[in-house]
Design a binder for this molecule. Structure first.
Ligand SMILES: CC(C)(COP(=O)(O)OP(=O)(O)OC[C@H]1O[C@@H](n2cnc3c(N)ncnc32)[C@H](O)[C@@H]1OP(=O)(O)O)[C@@H](O)C(=O)NCCC(=O)NCCS
Length: 197
């Protein structure tokens, strides 16, 4: 079934995308630039998902970009306050939490909810499968083609084609061969060997 898009808060939707009418988009102040909530074509967002952009003037990273052929199952929470990029063919299981913002907590004399917010853009590359009830923490990039097992808490970047499970998420295997490191990563390894020598 297709829905008409009259929902406040969605800035653009591509052709053939189906967005459940009951999704919630929370924006305190809209940005005056091109940031917002943009959904590509042929994507599906199932019921009871909440997308948060917050005060877009306070966070200059606040943005949600959802690509083409993306499927988001029901009951998820998607914070785009620190920036959230979901690329093409990503599949997201039910009740997933993606958290691109948090709170500073070091000052014991101020309630945590009054302390500054922290932000970190989350990027989910093409063809990633995120299992149901996973949690993705701020600043993380999930590499192309990776699989995140059901109930995983992803605290660090995930390699392309890695299969990551558990809390905290650990790579248990790769889809096919482990990708070889690029030149930049090999130079970084060399630098750390020389520095620690
Ligand atoms: C991650 C996943 C794809 C791996 O499947 P698989 O390749 O068949 O892996 P296996 O079942 O062989 O498991 C390998 C090991 O990882 C463990 N494991 C698998 N999934 C796990 C998970 N989600 N959390 C913790 N451990 C997990 C297994 O217990 C096993 O451990 P062992 O070697 O000590 O016995 C699958 O387990 C999963 O979580 N799928 C997501 C399902 C889902 O969310 N569906 C919603 C539809 S969108």
């Amino acid at each position: 079934m297709k829905y008409e898009y009259h929902m406040d808060g969605i800035d653009s939707v591509g052709e053939n995308s189906t967005i459940s009418e009951d999704i919630e988009i929370r924006i305190v102040n809209k940005s005056h630039d091109r940031r917002g909530m943009c959904i590509g074509s042929d994507s599906m967002i199932y019921p009871r998902n909440r997308f948060v952009l917050g005060d877009m003037n306070a966070s200059h990273h606040a943005d949600i970009r959802i690509g083409n052929f993306v499927l988001i199952n029901s009951g998820g929470y998607f914070s785009g306050e620190g920036g959230l990029i979901i690329k093409d063919y990503v599949l997201i299981g039910a009740n997933t939490c993606i958290l691109s913002a948090g709170h500073k907590y070091h000052d014991r004399s101020t309630p945590i909810q009054r302390q500054e917010l922290t932000y970190g853009t989350i990027t989910i590359e093409r063809d990633v499968w995120i299992g149901a009830s996973s949690v993705i923490l701020e600043g993380v990039t999930i590499g192309e083609g990776a699989v995140i097992g059901a109930g995983t808490v992803v605290t660090k970047d995930v390699d392309p084609y890695a299969v990551v499970v558990g809390n905290p998420g650990r790579t248990i295997k790769y889809r096919g061969e482990k990708p070889k490191k690029g030149l930049f990563e090999r130079l970084k390894d060399l630098k750390s060997i020389v520095t620690n020598f």
